[in-house]
Design a protein around this ligand. Structure first.
Ligand SMILES: Nc1nc2c(ncn2[C@@H]2O[C@H](COP(=O)(O)OP(=O)(O)OP(=O)(O)O)[C@@H](O)[C@H]2O)c(=O)[nH]1
Ligand SMILES: [Mg+2]
Length: 288
């Protein structure tokens, strides 16, 4: 039996959350085309007769600009300190030097795979030169070209991971899939819809807090607060005559219903909390 912790690292938008979902065969992590979507470390537990992989997604690596960012980078540091194998993901068309700096900066003491993602958009010659760039780096154990979106080489990646896992007993029961409660995924699904429906700074100034989660006879009642920093942002979230927030509510409700397999009554309130991203107490309240 093999078992161990495998953590994903990389710049925002590299495709870490997409890859976690593909490897898990289940959507655990929210994804968007915008950068800095993931704010928490999320564990997915993959159990098979001969192995258990505890995979973590982490926030994209950035220079912190406010306290929320610092918390996000703390979760990256924590992931570095308890990993048996690191997956270093990059968009194959991104700046290689920059990615190299980030990967070296992790000061890993465990085997690491460099995963050149989005390879379906690259020519073979391009892939070869990116592979050559990373092959001799100090942190590199293996270099693989993959596409998380098109599921190219992702099955093979699993085999490579298992090969490098330490021998050991499983850490979790076989039927556990994640370390996070349902409430967490509910707030993330609402946040994902905010990333897809609203432009500019809105998603970055927003937090979601599930206040009530009650299983009734025929449905689950959920009430969540959407926290923003300014009155003007509240206006944008609501939209004319509440049009936008209704759309947000409908889209999020459908997603939550298919996740928990029950009918949902979802109520959303928008609240203004100036500078919450720099307020230790509020960050803690919102789960950061
Ligand atoms: N073309 C292409 N796009 C991809 C691939 N993998 C992911 N993407 C897209 O890249 C964007 C970012 O994906 P995410 O999985 O959210 O990236 P992330 O690394 O988790 O980003 P952060 O959470 O911000 O750090 C999304 O639009 C994905 O659909 C891929 O293999 N090919
Ligand atoms: Mg992500």
């Amino acid at each position: 039996m093999k078992s161990g912790f495998v953590n994903l690292f990389g710049k925002p938008n590299a495709g870490k959350s997409t890859l976690l979902n593909v490897l898990m065969g289940e959507k655990l992590a929210i994804v968007s085309h915008k950068v800095q979507t993931t704010r928490h470390r999320i564990k997915g537990i993959l159990t098979a007769p001969e192995y258990q992989i505890i995979l973590s997604d982490t926030p994209g690596i950035i220079d912190p600009r406010y306290k929320l960012h610092e918390k996000m980078m703390d979760s990256v540091k924590q992931a570095v300190s308890d990993t048996d194998l690191a997956l270093l993901l990059l968009d194959g068309r991104d700046n290689l030097e920059e990615n190299d700096q980030i990967f070296s900066g992790l000061h890993l003491k465990v085997p690491a795979f460099v995963l050149i993602n989005k390879c379906e958009r690259m020519k073979d010659s391009e892939i070869a030169s990116v592979m050559a760039f990373f092959r001799d780096k100090k942190y590199t154990t293996e270099v693989l070209a993959i596409s998380a979106l098109k599921k190219i080489n992702t099955e093979g990646l699993l085999d490579h991971i298992v090969t490098h896992l330490p021998e050991g007993e499983p850490f979790f029961e076989g039927d556990e899939m994640t370390d996070r409660p349902v409430k967490f995924f509910v707030s993330e699904m609402i946040r994902e819809k905010i990333f897809s429906l609203y432009e500019d700074e809105i998603p970055y100034h927003t937090a979601v807090l599930v206040q009530e989660f009650k299983e009734k006879d025929t449905l689950t009642k959920i009430q969540a607060d959407i926290i923003v920093q300014r009155e003007t942002q509240k206006g944008i979230l609501l939209g004319e005559g509440g049009k936008m927030i209704r759309q947000l509510g409908t889209e999020a409700r459908k997603e939550i219903e298919s996740f928990i397999g029950r009918k949902v009554f979802l109520e959303l309130f928008v609240k203004v909390r100036p500078k919450w991203r720099d307020n230790e107490w509020q960050l803690r309240e919102y789960g950061y």
